[in-house]
Design a protein around this ligand. Structure first.
Ligand code: MIC
Length: 291
């Protein structure tokens, strides 16, 4: 019997800390799988920035995100959790989001309690919706999943709006509404992560994004505090962008890529990642079968 993506994720969570690197398309997903990660995080910022060249302020649509999720989930064998922002609307939109994301082959998603249009969780000027509205969205999400294993994570952005106490109070309500896990966004110290984990006995996700409000902690430190998932949503994206800018500058200045060759993924490495040989073999076998 093959497990559904959600069941696969839940089975893996039983074994302890899960580190999920952020990916934003199929090829970065393949890379993360190749280096041995066991689950992936499809970043809303990563997809919005890369696909649209736009900031992460609710400009991506459900359709665009679900399509990207489908490419990613199809490319790898790993469970993938996606960022569903605010659910792209109100309760009925949330229900449709869950249906579309589940059908795309994802293992789960997270919904956040920001007002629309949302902002990056680490920027100032965010606002949150009343907790009871978020509770309704979570109830809608729970009802909309067809696989009870599809993993529903409630993210609360309340810490930087109303403080840690409100974030904790909201987390409790979101769990009562049926959320499987809580993602406390933009906590500002190790002590806050500890306090949160002591107050909330449920699966917890920590966000280790860069240049934000959260100090850098190792995944293992989160595990010791009781967190079961840690996402690094934009790490590969930021490194790739930095490297690409350097490469483009060099190319512009020198008119040749030769000094960059030893920093490149080779053609052979790329083709291995893409399982090029498998496609050639299939083509050959079909041709031979036809003759
Ligand atoms: C997790 C996040 O929602 C994302 O889209 O990946 C972002 C990441 C970021 O902007 O650094 C967030 O934390 O809001």
């Amino acid at each position: 019997m093959t497990l559904s993506p959600g069941a696969l994720l839940r089975a893996r969570l039983q074994k302890g800390l899960l580190v999920l690197p952020g990916v934003f398309n199929a090829i970065t997903a393949l890379l993360a799988e190749q280096v041995g990660f066991e689950a992936l995080y499809l970043s809303g910022a990563g997809v919005t920035n890369s696909l649209l060249g736009m900031p992460d302020i609710a400009l991506i649509t459900l359709t665009e995100m679900a399509q990207q999720a489908r490419y990613v989930a199809r490319a790898v064998k790993l469970p993938v959790i996606a960022d569903a922002d605010t659910g792209y609307g109100e309760v009925l939109n949330v229900a449709r989001t869950v249906e579309e994301f589940e059908q795309a082959g994802l293992a789960g998603l997270h919904l956040e309690d920001q007002v629309a249009p949302k902002r990056c969780g680490h920027l100032d000027g965010k606002q949150v919706i009343p907790a009871e509205e978020m509770v309704k969205k979570i109830r809608a999400a729970v009802r909309a999943r067809s696989d009870p294993s599809f993993f529903l994570i409630a993210r609360t952005d309340a810490r930087s709006v109303n403080g840690l106490e409100d974030a904790i109070a909201r987390a409790k309500r979101y769990l009562d509404a049926g959320a499987d896990a809580i993602f406390p966004e933009s906590l500002q110290s190790r002590a806050e992560f500890e306090t949160f984990a002591k107050a909330i006995s449920a699966p917890l996700l920590a966000n280790m994004t860069e240049f934000g409000k959260t100090p850098y902690l190792r995944a293992q430190e989160f595990a010791e505090m009781g967190y079961i998932m840690v996402i690094f949503p934009m790490t590969a994206f930021r490194v790739m962008m930095h490297a690409a800018r350097e490469a483009l500058r060099t190319l512009k200045e020198t008119g040749t890529q030769q000094s960059l060759l030893d920093r490149m993924q080779t053609r052979k490495e790329l083709y291995e990642l893409l399982r090029y040989a498998d496609y050639e073999r299939l083509d050959r076998e079909i041709a031979e079968g036809d003759s």
